[in-house]
Design a protein around this ligand. Structure first.
Ligand code: SF4
Length: 343
């Protein structure tokens, strides 16, 4: 057990037991699921020097961004590979590209290396344990400084009225992660099995339709539409299925990579990192976080069933479902709902 400290720190680096990642060079993450914006002015210069016209500037916000093609993929992606990376090297890529899928949470025990799960490289096929050296090169800025996503202090808000030391929290968290690793039912691990995890129809329909009818552009937009669709289904509404702009890429991944995990294992792995990455601190307490996570678990289950019935291999269906619930969980619409609708 790492020694306790009252302040969050970044060293030593810590990885979650069982966490794995391997870049399979699918290029899936470059279809805007890590958000190909904003890029800095120096990064824009580098990119324009590499390929004139590959960036743009939003006239409303002034934010620079990489252009995407009709399929939502970055214009520098070719045959699943980043042409900038292959020509100039990893360090020449914009920070947002170098960073994905890693994150860093400073805690009193050290720096937790976290991973996003919305790329199928994190969810489908053989993967090795997280490599700390590889992660570290993604976690630093151009000057070599570590960039932090979340800081956890020595008191952790467990409910809206109670908190506990980080050491106590870490012990409880360890029990949850061990249970998930041995196949325990996720909603039970979140201690939500006796709680209402099916949202109330009257308060949630408006939210679901907002997701369903909002921005549908590219993979992230379609993912949010699917989230709204699954939420409507959970509420008992009929709703026509949205488009799946990622279906060709996912079919190719399914053809190339053997199945190595069940949907239940994919869900447990995702949920473990959703707890471990501590981003839920933004909700104010673990009590709120576990409620919203339990509902996203239910939505995951609806999506896996839908995609599997349509003929998608179960592990790939689970990869799609994780991508959707993770992208939706990061949306402003969902984060506001967690705070105001009593998720
Ligand atoms: S610059 Fe390269 S790594 Fe970044 S989104 Fe484009 S293809 Fe992907």
């Amino acid at each position: 057990m790492p020694r306790s400290s009252s302040e969050s720190r970044l060293r030593p680096f810590l990885t979650r037991p069982g966490a794995t990642f391997r870049c399979h060079a699918d290029g899936f993450c470059c279809t805007n699921i890590h958000l190909i914006r904003p890029i800095s002015r120096p990064e824009r210069s580098t990119l324009e020097h590499f390929r004139t016209g590959c960036t743009g500037r939003d006239p409303n916000t002034g934010v620079y961004y990489l252009h995407t093609g009709a399929d939502g993929a970055c214009v520098l992606l070719k045959n699943g590979m980043c042409t900038l990376h292959s020509s100039a090297g990893f360090n020449e890529k914009p920070r947002i590209c170098r960073r994905f899928p890693y994150g860093l949470a400073a805690t009193p025990h050290g720096g937790r290396i976290t991973t996003a799960h919305r790329c199928p490289c994190r969810t489908v096929g053989e993967r090795a344990a997280i490599n700390i050296e590889e992660a570290e090169r993604s976690l630093v800025d151009s000057r070599g400084r570590l960039l932090v996503n979340v800081r956890a202090g020595n008191r952790i808000p467990w409910t809206e009225r109670t908190n506990m030391s980080f050491d106590s929290y870490a012990r409880r968290e360890s029990e949850m992660l061990s249970a998930l690793a041995t196949g325990a039912e996720p909603v039970a691990v979140l201690q939500m099995e006796n709680q209402k995890t099916r949202p109330a129809k009257e308060t949630w329909e408006h939210l679901a339709r907002g997701f369903r009818e909002g921005d549908r552009f590219g993979t992230p937009g379609a993912a949010l539409a699917w989230f709204g669709h699954a939420l409507l289904r959970l509420l008992g509404f009929d709703d026509p299925a949205p488009v799946r702009p990622w279906s060709v890429r996912m079919a190719s991944i399914q053809a190339q990579r053997a199945s190595t995990n069940t949907p239940e294992e994919t869900l447990g792995d995702w949920l473990s990192d959703a707890i471990w990455d501590l981003s839920w601190l933004g909700y104010g307490s673990f009590e709120i976080a576990r409620r919203e996570l339990a509902i996203r678990v239910r939505i995951f289950e609806v999506l896996v069933e839908t995609f599997s019935i349509g003929g998608t291999r179960p592990d790939v269906a689970a990869a799609e479902a994780v991508m959707i619930v993770e992208l939706a969980g990061g949306s402003v619409r969902w984060q506001n709902a967690a705070g105001t609708l009593g998720v």
